[in-house]
Design a binder for this molecule. Structure first.
Ligand SMILES: [Fe+2]
Length: 232
C-alpha cells in the first residue's frame, strides 16, 4: 500500500492511498492535484472517504465524486464495514469518537491516518464534549507499535511544538522532532509522539510537576489527560 500526502488550505493534509492500481482519497481537499497524480500513476479512484465530516476535510468530495464509478462511504459506513480493499490489500477502519462523534482512523501495516484525533505534536479539540470517550479513542491509537507512522489531518507542528515547549521546556526530544519535520511530508511516529506530545503523555512522570500545578485530580491516566486538556 502506497500513501501520498497533499496539502491544501492553510494547514489541511489530504491523502491518496493506493495498491494494485486502485486508490482511495481520504480528506481529498486537493482534488486537481490528486486527479493529476492518479492520471500519471495510472490509478483508478475507487473510494472517496473522510476521517470525519468537518467541512475543512470534505471540500474535495464533490469534485472527486464526478469521476466514473467512484464510491463515497461516510465514516459511519466505514466503521460498519471495518475494512475495505484496494488491489489485494485491505485497510482497517476503526471508530475514534471524541474530536467529533464520527471521527475514524485508517490503519494499514506501519501507519495510521488519524485525521483530527491525533496530530503531530498535539491532539484535536474535544468538540463532541465527551472527554472520556476521546481518551478511550486515544488509548486505542496508542496501542499500536511504537514505530507506527502518524499521518494527521493538519500540519500544525510549529504551533504544537510551541505549546509543548511551554509545558516541558527541558525536553531534549523537541529539537530532534523539529529537525525531522519536512513540510513536504508531514509525519511522525507514535514513539516520537510519546516523547514530545504533552496531550498523550498521561503516563509520563516527567510531566508530573507541571500537571500538579494545574490543581486538578491526577489519580488515573484519564484524569491526568483531562488535567492536561485544560491547557490544550
Ligand atoms: Fe475536525
Amino acid at each position: 500500500m502506497e500513501i501520498k500526502q497533499f496539502r491544501y488550505g492553510d494547514t489541511n493534509l489530504a491523502y491518496l492511498i493506493y495498491s494494485g492500481g486502485e486508490a482511495a482519497a481520504i480528506d481529498g481537499g486537493a482534488p486537481e492535484e490528486i486527479l493529476d497524480f492518479i492520471k500519471t500513476q495510472n490509478l483508478r479512484l475507487k473510494y472517496v472517504l473522510n476521517t470525519h465530516e468537518h467541512h475543512d476535510h470534505t471540500p474535495g468530495n464533490e469534485r472527486l465524486l464526478k469521476i466514473n464509478s467512484v464510491e463515497f462511504i461516510a465514516p459511519a459506513g466505514l466503521v460498519k464495514m471495518k475494512q475495505f480493499h484496494l488491489g489485494d490489500e485491505s485497510v482497517e477502519v476503526f471508530a475514534t469518537p471524541g474530536h467529533t462523534e464520527d471521527s475514524i482512523v485508517f490503519k494499514h501495516s506501519g501507519w495510521l491516518i488519524t485525521g483530527d484525533t491525533l496530530f503531530n505534536g498535539t491532539v484535536g479539540n474535544c468538540y463532541s464534549g465527551d472527554y472520556e470517550t476521546y481518551f478511550n479513542s486515544l488509548e486505542k491509537v496508542l496501542s499500536f507499535p511504537p514505530g507506527t507512522k502518524i499521518f494527521a489531518g493538519h500540519d500544525i507542528v510549529d504551533y504544537s511544538l510551541g505549546v509543548a515547549k511551554k509545558i516541558d521546556p527541558e525536553n531534549q526530544f523537541l529539537s530532534l522532532y523539529r529537525s525531522k519535520y519536512d513540510k513536504n511530508l508531514v509525519v511522525s511516529t507514535l514513539e516520537m509522539e510519546l516523547k514530545v506530545n504533552p496531550f498523550i503523555r498521561f503516563n509520563d512522570s516527567k510531566l508530573d510537576a507541571y500537571r500538579s500545578g494545574l490543581k486538578m485530580s491526577l489519580d488515573t491516566p484519564y484524569l491526568r489527560w483531562r488535567a492536561m486538556m485544560s491547557v490544550h
